[in-house]
Design a protein around this ligand. Structure first.
Ligand SMILES: *[C@@H]1O[C@H](CO)[C@@H](O)[C@H](O)[C@H]1NC(C)=O
Ligand SMILES: *[C@@H]1O[C@H](CO)[C@@H](O)[C@H](O)[C@H]1NC(C)=O
Ligand SMILES: *[C@@H]1O[C@H](CO)[C@@H](O)[C@H](O)[C@H]1NC(C)=O
Ligand SMILES: *[C@@H]1O[C@H](CO)[C@@H](O)[C@H](O)[C@H]1NC(C)=O
Ligand SMILES: *[C@@H]1O[C@H](CO)[C@@H](O)[C@H](O)[C@H]1NC(C)=O
Ligand SMILES: *[C@@H]1O[C@H](CO)[C@@H](O)[C@H](O)[C@H]1NC(C)=O
Ligand SMILES: *[C@@H]1O[C@H](CO)[C@@H](O)[C@H](O)[C@H]1NC(C)=O
Ligand SMILES: *[C@@H]1O[C@H](CO)[C@@H](O)[C@H](O)[C@H]1NC(C)=O
Ligand SMILES: *[C@@H]1O[C@H](CO)[C@@H](O)[C@H](O)[C@H]1NC(C)=O
Ligand SMILES: *[C@@H]1O[C@H](CO)[C@@H](O)[C@H](O)[C@H]1NC(C)=O
Ligand SMILES: *[C@@H]1O[C@H](CO)[C@@H](O)[C@H](O)[C@H]1NC(C)=O
Ligand SMILES: *[C@@H]1O[C@H](CO)[C@@H](O)[C@H](O)[C@H]1NC(C)=O
Length: 695
């Protein structure tokens, strides 16, 4: 049993820290559009929303739903409170026992999913057992608050237990919200971006993604201490609940982005590859991104250039190399530069990028592909040899490196193009024309596994030879979906919201946005939000193709995180592709407006960079046409792209300055080479209206 005697209020030094980071990057917009969808709480003090269940004798359990009320527990009894959404923080309450009570205790425990509510403790953070309840001694009357290391990073349900024969009255049960610690209380909902479409479920998905990343933005001194590493694993037999606490310092700064809110509470570069773009379009919280990236770059090997699989303490205590996560850390440098425009940071870290990428190149063999010799990846199986995912991500990172090299005028990286071309040529041998998909690798005998990760990444990285091949892959992936989403056969009977985020992006890039919308609704909407075992507010780490909340890499189902930043792909993708609002150069110095509604009637999106405000508002018109307005900052340039499919020739495209009748551009849409795109380039930043009309 874990007895928490602390009654100290944890808040003393926080306000001073908030002040340091305000307004460094982004000018806040005063009124955020569509703020009614924001799930991040407006106040750091959160009360339960409803009573989920009462056991034993509890008078007025609902008394704790409002300040001023109370509830009285008599004898062994328990109440489960429901916050209505996943929340995070420190629990506190006031108590009052009968005058001469002695030895009275109140226990508190937490779960993200309703599935794991139990009479002994929390859901789990280790791969066996469950986590202990916090027990507070309550004689007489007074106030109790969990100590700082017992902040719980993710829970929707909170159990209050009374296990003795006396009577205890509780009041003021509340949570001090500890996520996004760098924000002043009044700014918790100050998103810099917004999204809206005619489909309400997609609106909820966009905002749940943004909120998931907020919950994964934590106090860097509240990271995972990995107390059970090497002691409790999936084969341990655990008979009593395990102690838990989070007080390891995992980065510098006042906030850090971790993989999951409940666990691991560690920096993982793979998770960042999905979370960072979604943070950019919603909160622009790039300081947090930089703190996290710095914690990884600091662990780079000075001899090989290898970057860690995860940040401290994992990255030091388990020094395994992951070919793909190493590349994701490099992609992190590119993303941070792209979204922030911070060229000083790029220059400072360019040597690290080069030594890191050259290390990856050292795995390329005489066939022209990297031969992966380390199995560590996103907990998929069979990562090794001439793996398609690994080679596609390497190809992509080489191309990003070539772009960065030209930003910095560094001609010493010219050889990267040759390696990239070699990978593109050599990976043709992994293509399986019968399946219209890439095989996982070329190890003999040839595998029958056509992985989700490698096929999605082949499109994203443009490792493919033609847009027809992209469409074929998109169609073949969609044909495999089950009732709960897209399978990742490379990880057993698993649905991965991480890799499925890349699959969504692949459908958009293949020009099949209807596949992306359908998968988002089925997987992120109908299942990950609306299934009653979920939090209806944040996105889960992984689950089974049959809809069980079992994730193949873990044995202990209560361990699965229900707020995982790597599951937030739809947030950036709806902005970038459905509304079509993209930055292509540093901080949006160049941009692209390329809406692909995929069957939606309308989409609106906006975000901020250090250069100013960007927004687009697009509506479908009859016969497959589009009508849009958009605004981009002065001193930027960009393009408008109408993707109208191969059959979309013969329409008329116009672009005008907003409010000026005479079009700047007027041309026929053409369907060339099956591409079905009409592009208008070199538009200076400003406010425009544009359309594609077919009648
Ligand atoms: C609990 O609240 C009731 C009003 O609902 C009040 O009469 C009572 O005194 C309170 N009890 C305690 C112990 O605070
Ligand atoms: C505790 O409850 C008693 C009645 O049961 C009441 O007289 C007393 O004021 C309460 N104390 C506090 C601090 O609420
Ligand atoms: C409550 O009473 C028990 C039994 O007398 C004692 O062991 C415990 O320390 C007391 N707790 C507090 C907080 O005073
Ligand atoms: C309430 O009782 C039910 C049935 O025994 C049990 O499953 C549940 O875990 C209990 N809840 C708490 C919070 O103890
Ligand atoms: C973390 O908390 C545990 C449990 O309270 C404590 O034993 C440990 O010393 C703390 N570690 C740090 C670094 O504060
Ligand atoms: C914080 O920065 C210092 C100085 O650069 C460094 O030594 C330390 O390792 C950093 N801490 C973390 C957790 O990254
Ligand atoms: C090739 O892929 C299969 C299927 O994923 C896997 O079982 C096998 O281990 C892989 N080969 C290597 C060398 O990793
Ligand atoms: C990859 O490297 C390992 C270790 O050097 C070697 O055993 C294996 O045969 C290589 N695989 C391929 C496909 O060349
Ligand atoms: C392309 O790959 C084939 C083997 O698949 C190889 O024979 C050929 O030399 C490669 N071409 C280039 C330019 O690398
Ligand atoms: C993708 O690769 C093809 C050549 O295979 C090239 O023509 C095309 O421009 C590339 N697309 C992008 C977006 O780089
Ligand atoms: C889920 O949350 C939305 C708000 O995001 C709310 O409108 C809806 O009622 C909730 N659904 C359930 C079943 O609680
Ligand atoms: C645009 O660039 C010019 C020349 O560099 C500069 O004087 C002007 O302030 C810039 N305008 C904005 C809105 O940034």
């Amino acid at each position: 049993m874990l007895v928490d005697m602390s009654s100290k209020v944890y808040s003393g030094t926080m306000p001073a820290l908030y002040a340091l980071v305000l307004g460094c990057f982004v000018v806040q917009v005063s009124a955020v559009r569509y703020a009614q969808y924001i799930l991040t709480p407006s106040s750091r003090t959160i009360l339960p929303a409803s009573v989920y269940n009462v056991n034993g004798t509890v008078e007025n359990a609902a008394g704790l739903l409002n300040t001023g009320g109370n509830a009285t527990f008599t004898g062994p009894s328990a109440v489960t409170y429901d916050f209505g959404k996943n929340v995070a923080g420190l629990v506190s309450f006031d108590y009052n026992t009968t005058a001469n009570a002695r030895n009275e205790y109140i226990g508190i425990s937490f779960t993200e999913s309703s599935l794991w509510i139990n009479s002994d403790g929390c859901d789990a953070t280790a791969d066996a057992g469950i986590d202990e309840a916090l027990w507070f001694s309550v004689n007489g009357s007074g106030h109790r608050q969990a100590s700082k290391e017992h902040q719980r990073g993710g829970f929707r349900y909170l159990n209050v237990y009374h296990n003795t024969s006396g009577m205890v009255t509780l009041s003021n049960l509340s949570i001090h919200f500890t996520a996004v610690p760098q924000k002043a209380e009044g700014d918790l909902q100050a998103y810099t971006g917004y999204f809206h479409t005619n489909d309400e479920q997609l609106n909820r998905i966009w905002y749940a993604g943004a909120y998931t990343n907020d919950l994964c933005t934590i106090d860097p001194t509240a990271g995972d201490a990995l107390i059970f590493l090497g002691q409790v694993n999936s084969s341990s037999v655990v008979t009593t609940p395990l102690p838990w606490y989070f007080n390891y310092t995992i980065s510098n700064g006042t906030s850090v982005l971790v993989d999951g809110a409940k666990r691991d509470r560690l920096v993982w570069p793979g998770d960042m590859a999905i979370a960072v773009p979604s943070i950019f379009v919603s909160t622009s919280d790039l300081i947090t991104v930089r703190n996290s990236l710095d914690s990884l770059l600091r662990l780079q090997s000075s001899s090989t250039g290898a970057l860690p699989y995860a940040g401290v303490p994992f990255g030091q205590r388990v020094p395994v190399f992951s070919f793909t996560y190493h590349l994701y850390a490099l992609i992190g440098i590119y993303d941070y530069y792209l979204y922030s425009g911070d060229q000083t940071y790029l220059t400072e870290n360019w040597k690290r990028f080069k030594s890191g990428l050259n290390y990856s190149i050292s795995f390329i063999d005489s066939l022209g592909m990297a031969n992966v010799t380390s199995s560590a990846d996103w907990l998929r199986f069979g990562m090794g040899g001439h793996n398609i995912e690994a080679n596609a991500i390497l190809y992509h990172t080489l191309n990003l490196g070539i772009k960065l090299g030209s930003v910095l005028n560094d001609s010493t990286v010219a050889a990267w193009s040759k390696y990239a071309a070699g990978i593109k040529n050599a990976t043709k041998s992994l293509w399986d024309p019968k399946a219209n998909l890439y095989r996982d690798n070329d190890t003999m005998p040839l595998t029958t596994i056509h992985p989700q990760d490698g096929n999605a990444w082949a499109i994203i990285s443009n490792l493919t030879a033609s847009s027809k091949q992209n469409r074929d892959i998109s169609t073949a992936l969609a044909a495999r979906w089950g009732p709960y989403g897209a399978p990742a056969p490379e990880a057993g009977a698993t649905v991965s919201p991480f890799i499925s985020g890349f699959e969504l992006q692949a459908h958009y890039l293949a020009g099949q946005p209807q596949n992306a919308i359908k998968l988002m609704k089925r997987m992120w909407g109908d299942f990950m939000l609306d299934d009653p075992r979920m939090t209806n507010s944040t996105f889960i780490e992984g689950y089974s193709t049959n809809g069980d909340l079992h994730y193949a890499p873990y044995k202990n189902d209560p361990r699965i995180s229900h707020a995982h930043g790597w599951a937030t792909g739809p947030t950036s993708l709806l902005t970038f592709h459905a509304a079509g609002l993209q930055v292509t150069g540093a901080a949006g110095s160049t941009w692209k407006i390329a809406p692909q509604l995929g069957g939606l009637q309308s989409a609106e999106a906006g975000f901020q960079t250090s250069l100013g405000h960007f927004e687009v508002d697009v509506t479908a018109v009859e016969d497959g046409g589009l009508s849009l307005t958009f605004q981009t900052p002065a001193n930027t340039t960009g393009s408008v792209v109408f993707a109208h499919g191969a059959g979309g020739g013969g329409g008329q495209v116009t672009v005008s300055k907003l409010g000026e009748g005479t079009p700047l551009v007027k041309k026929r849409s053409l369907a060339l080479n099956g591409e079905g795109k009409t592009e208008i380039h070199d538009l200076p930043g400003g406010s425009y209206e544009a359309s594609l009309v077919f009648n």
